[in-house]
Design a protein around this ligand. Structure first.
Ligand code: URA
Length: 434
């Protein structure tokens, strides 16, 4: 078999066989097929798409490209959660300690930022010393002892996805349904949890902009999970504006901590309760959604979820003092307001552009090798439906470089649209697929 022929076949819109998909995943993992040929194939997949069968073969090939974790040494039903990626999406930071504090073991694998979206691992690294490079033994021991562990993708876990993910990030080949479904589900299957709860984002800040595509992605992933014998549920949620108010690594950690202190933004809290109740139901510790939501609210109110976050950070070598004193998190030197140039209701936010503002400030990667600045980002003061007057503060830019701050500010202003009429409120939770 030759990689050239595989690229040509997909470029011409034909369906790849299982053998061809296994061949390219195996060769890419081993390094016998170079980045440039796989980039070409990814672009061909982007334009020509993949069938359900191809997506299934790709998922399985990537899941089996490394070790399949055996988590049977963890007591109870282990639950994992994954988001398809959004702007200001710090859900895992607050949600996983909430679920663990309720008594459901969370064994989660997380990723880094991708395209205009942030990643849980980058955010967690705002705690000095924090590591997600855990051995299998330590991962299992931490879940048993603390109730929660988050690991990054080790060299052994779905290594094909690890390479492809980094390549897609810098070759404009992220937003394809089959590539996203196989990327997420290969990791989830390899990571060994018993149940998987997915947060599939839709809207301008998501990889799947149209709700119809997000629902199709959710259905595809639920099907893959179920075929593999795992409880899998997907919540399709709105990403037409950033979630909460904070965008940027350490700023989002701070907002998650505020949430566990009972001061979370309404949309963010609602999403945590919706996803969390699915996780508690999957863990079979509740009879129904009402009971699950009450339990989750209780661990916020009595601060046991906040305490769980501190235990978890400490168990992964992080300095947990910032959980109780967020001023210890990385801070930017420049904090500048962005002032509205118009009067009116905010009718629309070009949400991915807000993610790009954070990238411009240094909060994301431009190339595979880029180092990120954890302290920078944006704190929104106004969101869709709010009325503002010219000169009022729309947001604060947190930066360490004046030129970048100016560039981000201009881009931010161009991403906000105004109207004389109050826009209709859009639903946060679009649908749930179980
Ligand atoms: N998250 C992933 O893990 N993979 C994707 O391709 C997109 C979002």
């Amino acid at each position: 078999m030759r990689m050239y022929d595989v690229i040509m076949k997909k470029r011409n819109g034909e369906e790849l066989s299982k053998a061809e998909i296994d061949y390219f995943i195996d060769g890419y993992t081993k390094g016998t097929i170079p980045d440039y040929q796989v980039s070409a194939l990814m672009m061909a997949v982007f334009f020509r798409k993949m069938t359900e069968a191809e997506t299934h073969y790709l998922t399985m090939a990537m899941a089996h490209s490394g070790e399949m974790l055996d988590l049977s040494a963890i007591h109870g039903i282990k639950v994992d959660k994954h988001s398809t990626g959004g702007v200001g999406d710090k859900t895992s930071l607050a949600l996983t300690p909430m679920v663990a504090a309720c008594g459901v073991p969370v064994a989660k694998m997380s990723g880094r930022g991708l395209g205009h979206t942030g990643g849980t691992i980058d955010k967690l690294e705002s705690f000095p010393g924090f590591t997600t490079a855990l051995t299998r033994e330590r991962f299992i021991a931490n879940v048993n002892r603390v109730g929660i562990a988050i690991m990054g993708q080790t060299a052994d876990l779905a290594p094909a996805d690890k390479k492809l993910y980094a390549l897609r990030d810098v070759t404009a080949t992220v937003d394809n349904m089959s590539l996203i479904a196989s990327s997420i589900m290969s990791k989830k299957l390899a990571a060994g949890a018993d149940a998987i709860v997915l947060d599939v984002k839709t809207g301008r800040g998501a990889f799947m902009r149209r709700q119809k595509d997000a629902v199709a992605l959710a259905e595809e992933m639920v099907k893959i999970g179920k075929n593999a014998g795992k409880y899998t549920a997907a919540v399709v949620s709105d990403m037409n504006q950033p979630l909460g108010f904070a965008v940027g690594n350490a700023l989002e950690v701070r907002e998650a901590i505020d949430t566990l202190n009972g001061n979370g933004p309404a949309d963010f809290v609602e999403l945590c309760l919706t996803l969390g109740s699915r996780m508690l139901l999957a863990g079979r510790i509740c009879e129904n959604e009402k009971e699950a939501r009450e339990k989750l609210q209780k661990v916020i109110d009595d601060k046991s979820a906040l305490k769980k976050l501190a235990e978890f950070v400490e168990a992964q070598n992080g300095d947990a003092s910032a959980v109780y004193n967020p001023d210890l998190l990385p801070k930017a030197n420049i904090i500048e307001p962005v002032l509205s140039e118009y009067d009116g209701y905010i009718s629309y936010i070009v949400c991915d552009e807000i993610g790009i503002c954070s990238l411009i400030l240094g909060g994301g990667r431009e190339t595979k090798e880029s180092e990120i600045d954890l302290s920078v980002g944006i704190i929104l003061k106004k969101k869709v439906g709010d009325y503002v007057r010219k000169g009022e503060t729309l947001a604060y830019i947190h930066a360490n470089d004046r030129e970048k701050a100016e560039a981000a500010k201009r881009r931010f202003l161009d991403a906000y649209f105004f109207s004389d009429r109050k826009p209709a409120k859009s639903k946060l939770i679009k649908t749930i697929i179980e």
